[in-house]
Design a protein around this ligand. Structure first.
Ligand code: PRP
Length: 190
């Protein structure tokens, strides 16, 4: 990890390093390339904004190993406060194209309560995808409220608030190349 970046001073503890992320993405891409070797029409669906960085790295890793893939993004938002989320999701940006008969892989940065993903999987299935699986870089097993089938998981982490590699606190820290826990003093600044 480089020193001197503005964000390093705000991080209490690194949870997943840049190198660990890189290596895990290569592993996930290998596994997924093998599982989808006979499938045409593979479509990666990234969930904005958090997944933008994982999508960029994962799509490149998969692209070196697999046949052609397409890339789409959706943006969704839970109604009200996240902490009291009802699992009702609002679509801020929908798919641009028809996904019927495509093998969809949802690309998520993190599965927290599972509510977003649970809704999204039903939505994608209702749009007649040939299959729908999920690759999530992070999962918090202790935060799960609804069980969702996540076939490909990068890291299981403890139930604490993490930032970096796409994940934000008040729209900051998304550009960090690693994942970490913020110092408590950061919260008292806002
Ligand atoms: C985060 C994350 C997932 C979702 C997971 O997005 O990117 O999409 O929450 O939480 P859940 O499992 O409890 O539903 P967020 O709503 O913070 O939006 P963002 O990606 O734009 O930051």
């Amino acid at each position: 990890m480089g020193e001197g970046n503005w964000y390093d001073a705000d991080i209490e503890r690194v949870v997943v390093t840049e190198e660990q992320i890189h290596n895990k993405i290569q592993d996930l891409a290998k596994q997924i390339a093998a599982d989808y070797v006979r499938m045409e029409s593979v479509l990666l669906v990234g969930v904005l904004k958090g997944a933008f960085m994982f999508m960029a790295d994962f799509a490149r890793a998969l692209g070196r190993l697999a046949g052609a893939v397409e890339v789409e993004f959706m943006a969704v938002s839970s109604y009200g406060q996240r902490a009291t989320s009802s699992g009702v999701v609002r679509i801020l940006k929908d798919l641009d194209r028809d996904i019927a008969n495509k093998h969809v892989i949802v690309v998520e940065d993190i599965v927290d309560s599972g509510l977003t993903l649970s809704w999204l999987l039903k939505y994608l299935e209702s749009r007649s995808a040939a299959s729908v699986e999920v690759v999530a870089l992070l999962r918090k097993p202790d935060a799960i409220k609804v069980n969702v089938p996540v076939k490909y998981i990068g890291f299981d982490i403890s139930n604490e608030f993490v930032v970096g590699y796409g994940l934000d606190f008040a729209e900051r820290y998304r550009e960090m190349p690693y994942i970490g826990v913020l110092r408590p003093s950061v919260y008292s600044r806002v």
